[in-house]
Design a protein around this ligand. Structure first.
Ligand SMILES: [Zn+2]
Length: 220
């Protein structure tokens, strides 16, 4: 039985455009039309999901963490948060969030380079490499990757400005938790399902996620 089934709303009022399982270490990408909804389901809990989004019609416009943080007056993404672009336009808005609202905006993605810097492991690719692979098909590359959102990740910042020793601590999500984002313009959404095992962002055991794109039916 799908462990997420008890937490998800019924699908009778939705038109499903895509429904994919993404293994840890794999990427996902899609263009979502304005009004479409992206649902990211943490099937097994405590799984970090790295996320970027762009204006699909002009990808120079993309997610901008500082504008998002300033608008929310918070470094955490949760229900009601709006993801703003570098042009200060709304890209997507969070319409539901079953977690404790601790999605991270500041710690960015892992990469082969940061894995060597932080953990002393060589040639261990991460989310940056996943993003690069996904963006390639849109003619995009290295300079198109900006500081991303880490869904289902907890990055505490203490009163003196310090972080946890491992920066990430174990996330709050449990099996079947999900977040839903509604596209406020046509967006290119890109996900890396994080393979990291050197810090607790995936609680040491990266697992698959489910990614759905749907449109609410007019009479729904
Ligand atoms: Zn990662």
């Amino acid at each position: 039985m799908n462990p997420s089934s008890t937490k998800q709303p019924q699908a009778t009022d939705l038109t499903i455009h895509s429904d994919d399982i993404v293994a840890p270490g794999k990427s996902w990408d899609n263009v979502i039309q304005r009004g479409g909804v992206l649902r990211i389901i943490d099937l097994h809990g405590q799984q970090g999901v790295d996320f970027l989004c762009y204006n699909a019609k002009m990808t120079d416009e993309r997610y901008h963490a500082p504008n998002t943080i300033k608008a929310a007056q918070s470094i955490h993404i949760t229900n009601g948060s709006v993801l703003y672009s570098d042009y200060a336009n709304p890209l997507m808005s969070v319409i539901s969030d079953t977690t404790a609202g601790r999605h991270d905006t500041i710690a960015g993605c892992c990469s082969s380079w940061s894995n060597e810097m932080l953990y002393g492991v060589a040639d261990v690719p991460g989310c940056r490499e996943n993003f690069l692979g996904a963006l390639e098909k849109y003619g995009m590359g290295w300079t198109d990757i900006v500081p991303n959102i880490n869904f289902f990740c907890k990055v505490p910042v203490y009163a003196d400005g310090s972080t946890a020793d491992s920066v990430f601590v174990t996330g709050p999500s449990t099996a079947g938790d999900y977040i839903e984002l509604e596209a406020q313009m046509d967006v290119l959404a890109v996900i890396s399902n994080c393979p990291q095992i050197n810090n607790p962002c995936n609680s040491g055991d990266p697992t698959e996620i489910q990614v759905k794109v749907y449109t609410p039916n007019a009479n729904g």
